[in-house]
Design a protein around this ligand. Structure first.
Ligand code: T3D
Length: 257
């Protein structure tokens, strides 16, 4: 079967490639396990300061591999546990995640794409929630992220009707940040990942935490969390360096500490 997730270090960026190209990178339990392990290892590896996730071949990911649902009733609980573990790992990732959507992203494949902190799509890529078409509900965090990204009205349309959106439509909705010609996708995504990797990655991780947490907090609680995390950011070497570089009128050299 080969490696379901390819990993390749390029400087301080770790590239993760969903690698079942013969099946449009459809997601199996084995692929989820490999993805979980790769995310955990990347989070602990001090040399890795940003991640880039993409798909091998012509698709990003067709979502759950529907052939894995055999004659027997699928064990939804086990499936959900496996998916949820991956989402928790992504949301807890203390480094920026760039996602390069190289082709169709459907169902949980679309959810994975949306978990990117910076998302690029190739011209010709497409997005479809797909869940309702097979009588399922959105998962892998889609019900949480989608209305936050596009608003409730658009989320209703995308989840109830599963239209297939082009990269340009996804851009207009805010599902992705940029659309680039297919032949430039990886170069542009790598450029953005390198840029983020050179940033104050500790502060960026805390920012990500704030952006996810504040949705469920009252204003008073959100302000308190901002103060706590600002305290944490304020104690980093990167903050010191940022202020020093500003005073010395030079670009900062952040270390992610
Ligand atoms: O377990 C749980 O907890 C539940 C979890 C659910 C999470 C989910 O992700 S549910 C949603 C699952 N995904 C889908 O329903 C998507 C189904 N696929 C599509 O909508 C389309 O195939 C795509 C939009 C992804 C791509 O369209 P297109 O036109 O580029 O390709 P195609 O011709 O439809 O597909 C090419 C082949 O891939 C085809 O096989 P064939 O006919 O050449 O032998 C097709 O059956 C296969 N394929 C596509 N998607 C899947 C798949 N095989 C297995 N699983 C798939 N998801």
């Amino acid at each position: 079967n080969g490696a379901m997730i390819l990993t390749e270090r390029q400087g301080s960026v770790l590239v993760l490639t969903l690698n079942r190209p013969e099946r449009l990178n459809a997601i199996t339990g084995e692929l989820l396990e490999a993805l979980f392990q790769a995310l955990q290892a990347a989070n602990e590896d001090k040399e890795v300061r940003a991640l880039l996730l993409t798909g091998a071949g012509k698709a990003f990911s067709a979502g759950q591999d529907l052939t894995e649902f055999g004659e027997a009733k699928p064990d939804y609980e086990a499936h959900l546990r496996r998916y949820n573990r991956v989402v928790e790992a992504i949301s807890a990732l203390e480094k920026p995640l760039v996602v390069a959507v190289n082709g169709p992203a459907a169902g949980a494949g679309m959810s994975l794409a949306l978990w990117g902190d910076y998302r690029l799509a190739a011209v010709g890529a497409s997005f479809t929630t797909a869940f309702a078409r097979i009588g399922l509900v959105p998962d892998t965090g889609m019900s949480f992220l989608l209305p936050r990204l596009v608003g409730l009205a658009k989320a209703q349309e995308l989840l109830y009707l599963s239209p297939r959106l082009s990269a340009e439509e996804a851009l207009a909705l805010g599902l992705v940040h940029r659309v680039v010609p297919a032949e430039r996708l990886m170069e542009e995504a790598m450029g953005k990942a390198q840029e983020l990797a050179q940033g104050p990655t500790r502060a960026l991780a805390l920012t990500k935490k704030l952006l996810l947490e504040t949705y469920r907090l009252s204003l008073t609680e959100a302000l308190a969390l901002e103060a706590i995390l600002q305290g944490e950011a304020g104690r980093t070497l990167d903050h010191e360096e940022g202020v020093r570089a500003f005073r010395e009128k030079r670009p900062p050299r952040f270390q992610g500490r």
